[in-house]
Design a protein around this ligand. Structure first.
Ligand code: DX5
Ligand code: ZN
Length: 212
């Protein structure tokens, strides 16, 4: 299994001090910075776009993992690539032409990934597994931080790990010092956590995820 990486979700940081928060979370041991992009259409919430990603990039030293919760992510590949995204993950449930969009992302020098919602089975992404650098399995319905972990998605994580032993498999939603154990046991190695990591001492919380 590839190495464990902790990806704090900046959705839970203090947006009024985003530069300081990025420095603090990196100093606390973050491996990746998870950036939740929501378009008010694919999900009800509206969050951050390319200008804010560019601002984050100007202070970040760790890779930016941009999770595109968008109906039409293909239209924004160039903008997010220019803003400094290192990973762009798109939902299999979006309207994107999947193969074309993954190829576009790679053409822009960015690592492409796919995301599955809690009800989507592994079958949906199987044809693309050899074209992606990361598979993100949602363990909450996308749209908001601070929701409860949906344990049934662990089946998807297990199935994905079996199909792709070397792939980065990311899990996102409701991860804390307890749910981390089942997530890692099922085969997830890239761990997103928002409210848990930003809700206490950053270094201690990251450490508590890492020891799992
Ligand atoms: C939900 C986002 C998550 C969210 C996770 O739509 O994709 O990345 O920030 O937050 P927690 O860790 O609080 O569930
Ligand atoms: Zn996310």
């Amino acid at each position: 299994m590839p190495e464990l990486k902790i990806a704090p979700s900046l959705l839970s940081c203090d947006f009024a001090r985003i530069g300081e928060e990025v420095r603090a979370i990196e100093a606390a041991g973050a491996d990746l910075l998870h950036v939740d992009v929501m378009d008010a259409h694919f999900v009800p919430n509206l969050t951050i776009g390319p200008p804010v990603v560019k601002a984050i990039k100007s202070v970040a030293t760790k890779p930016l993992d941009c999770h595109l919760m968008m109906t039409d992510p293909q239209r924004y590949v160039e903008a997010f690539a220019e803003a400094g995204a290192d990973y762009l993950t798109i939902h299999i449930e979006s309207n994107a032409p999947i193969g074309d969009t993954l190829a576009d992302i790679r053409k822009h020098g960015v690592k492409p990934g796919l995301v599955v919602n809690p009800d989507t089975t592994i079958e949906a992404v199987k044809p693309w597994l050899d074209q992606i650098d990361m598979l993100l399995v949602m363990s909450v319905w996308p749209g908001f931080g601070g929701q409860k972990f949906i344990a049934k998605v662990l089946e998807t994580v297990r199935a994905a790990r079996q199909l792709a032993p070397e792939l980065d498999i990311e899990i996102d939603g409701g991860i804390n010092g307890e749910t981390i154990h089942e997530a890692v046991k099922a085969g997830a190695n890239v761990i997103v956590a928002g409210s848990y990591v930003f809700g206490g001492d950053y270094a201690e919380r990251i450490k508590s995820l890492r020891v799992a």
